[in-house]
Design a protein around this ligand. Sequence first.
Ligand code: ADP
Length: 447
Amino acid sequence: MFEKVLIANRGEIALRIHRACREMGIKTVAVHSTADADAMHVRLADESVCIGPPSSKESYLNIPAILSAATITGADAIHPGIGFMSENAQFAEMVIEHGFAWIGPTPEHIRIMGDKVTAKKTVIAHGLPCVPGSDGPVNSVEEAFAIGETAGYPILIKAAAGGGGKGMKVAWSKDELKEAYQLARGEARAAFGNDQVYIEKYLANPRHIEIQLLGDHHGNVVHFGERDCSLQRRHQKVVEEAPSPALNAEEREKIGALAARTAKLIGYRGVGTMEFLYEDGQFFFIEMNTRLQIEHTITEMITGVDLVREQIRVATGAPLGITQKDIKFNGHSIECRINAEHPETFVPSPGQVKQYHAPGGLGVRVDSALYDGYRVPSHYDSMIAKLIVHGNSRNECLMRLRRALEEFVIEGIDTSIPLHQKIISEPDFINGDYDIRWLEEWMKKKL
Ligand code: ADP
């Protein structure tokens, strides 16, 4: 087992990883920018190293600084967390070359899945269904027109290097295609330094269903069922739940087994998530995230498995401690992502937290690095807390979530708590009757 892990991240996820390490008897090293000197992930770690100024580029994305921090503290392994360096294959390679263990999949898997065109080709070859569209990159507007002609509109132009919903544009008709194509390429170039795009049929009313996977270095892969992440704004997840109210046991077993089989065939190891769109009883693969996901928590709540602990264990080379039949689903879990932003205008709201009180009680979990007096910096992602609730049934979970949101006090800054209170009171949400467009439609009417 590792003795010391460097956590190359910040905020709630750095804390989440620290907690798993602590319970495994592993010492932790926090890295931080000057803006995060007082952050909770720094306070709780055994050691900490300042790796640069506030800008992420010069700190949390600064490879030489992170590797130096690991060297001077004598860490055995590096956990990249979520975002930042977590899907950077070159960083993973450098970590390994410098003699540290990398708590993640192989650099090769990160690379294959990071390029969505290659990712789709890879999984299609193993029999996973994908959204119909281009076979590879679409390099000219003329090619795009030809695909529009065969697939029929609307179509979606997507960045091959995409992430966070960036570089994605819909063309509702032929007339809109040229502009959408150019906009998507421009956005992809600006966001990822790579303007390669591909095209998919734009599905009308799908749900976003994803499968949590875990593989070891010995060819074993298990799945932990699905998460429904259909409540999205600008292709970004807002509320997630597990299990999905839309799937029956047979569909769940089928897609879980298919995803696990594919991961096994490609020799995947570590935690990973295959994302699908689900419409009219059919699943279509859209991408695989080769890292931990923010919403891994709801899977933990319904399976009782600490996914970060398992992720660390398999990174040591240990075989999986569980088999597929050990994974049992119990009850229902919902997560609300709480952001430091105005609940109606979504304008970011960094600043000092004047009062902080997290809800508690049976079935309530809060993953957050906030504390009384903490100053939310303006330099990073606006997500400041995850409220995760578990209940024996979906109804119990909903009642508990309502109660927990009422109890949650974060004063001094705007947060999305009031937005969540409204969403979870909507009959469509209560009935589990929503798709990936529902939230934005509702916002147009109700906000
Ligand atoms: P990113 O990596 O940027 O998150 P994804 O491919 O995972 O991009 O897609 C993000 C979201 O965009 C999906 O959850 C879904 O809401 C929407 N989306 C993606 N592809 C399609 C499609 N072909 N049709 C309709 N919606 C889509």
